[in-house]
Design a protein around this ligand. Structure first.
Ligand SMILES: [Mg+2]
Length: 249
């Protein structure tokens, strides 16, 4: 086994701010489904989308959100996201797989037709690229574990000049399972995420109870996500991120 510790990073909401791309791609996926949101343009992220994005777990949910945005009641969706989502899906007669396919197709076409414009919709969070590049000098390897597809993520990391030890995309499976596999090969020193529910799932997975988990404060968090964190999940603020790993909470 390689002795160097490995720090695992989520991608969206941790390394890269993809909000502009989420909206752009969701809008175009809606158009493919002949449900482009009326009165909204792909270049301007609506505030309601920004507020609801932290509730999204799978890419296809953004397509439904975009389609519903002109008519949805924001408070109802914020309070009962799962129910609102299920009822909108049923009303439209849509299946998650078809929304995911429309989203993948929209992204795929964007990459083929105007790759640089699509890449430019992703902005790294301030200081992240530099910090990741420094880790090597601290004797730490890092990898990326994301629900985005492997190919898109590889493209984006390359564009940022970032070269992780390993990249696991959506195809690799659920995050806890991938972490268990990584743990067979490397000594994991932490998992950095912006989705609290994912970290809670990781910590409750047999074999991962001891994995230090970090919830970043700059990602797509809901207001209530930062308080009352269970033990083993620490908040990671930007100033702490910049500090040497040994000083992390
Ligand atoms: Mg994320």
């Amino acid at each position: 086994m390689n002795d160097r510790p490995l720090l695992v990073f989520d991608f969206d909401g941790v390394i890269v701010d993809g909000m502009a791309e989420y909206w752009w791609s969701a809008w175009h996926a809606c158009r493919r489904l002949e449900a482009a949101p009326e009165g909204l343009t792909p270049d301007q992220v609506p505030d309601a989308f920004r507020q609801l994005r932290p509730l999204v777990h799978h890419g296809w949910e953004m397509v439904l959100l975009a389609a519903e945005l002109p008519m949805l009641n924001l408070q109802v969706w914020l309070q009962s996201y799962g129910e609102a989502q299920a009822s909108a899906l049923q009303r439209r007669g849509w299946r998650p797989e078809q929304l995911q396919a429309a989203l993948d197709d929209a992204r795929d076409q964007a990459v083929r037709q105007n790759r640089s414009a699509w890449l430019a919709l992703h902005r790294p969070f301030p200081g992240l690229v530099e910090r990741l590049q420094q880790l090597e000098a601290e004797g730490v390897d890092w990898s990326v574990l994301t629900t985005k597809t492997q190919a898109f993520t590889a493209e984006l990391l390359n564009g940022l000049g970032l070269h992780p030890w390993r990249l696991d995309g959506r195809e690799a499976g659920a995050k806890p399972q991938v972490l268990l596999q990584l743990q067979q090969q490397r000594r994991l020193c932490g998992f950095v995420e912006d989705r609290r529910a994912t970290l809670e799932a990781v910590r409750s997975t047999p074999g991962l109870e001891q994995l230090p988990c970090f919830l970043v404060t700059w990602g797509y968090l809901r207001p209530q996500d930062q308080s009352g964190l269970p033990s083993g999940i620490a908040l990671l603020h930007p100033d702490r991120l910049r500090a040497p790993l040994a000083q992390w909470p």
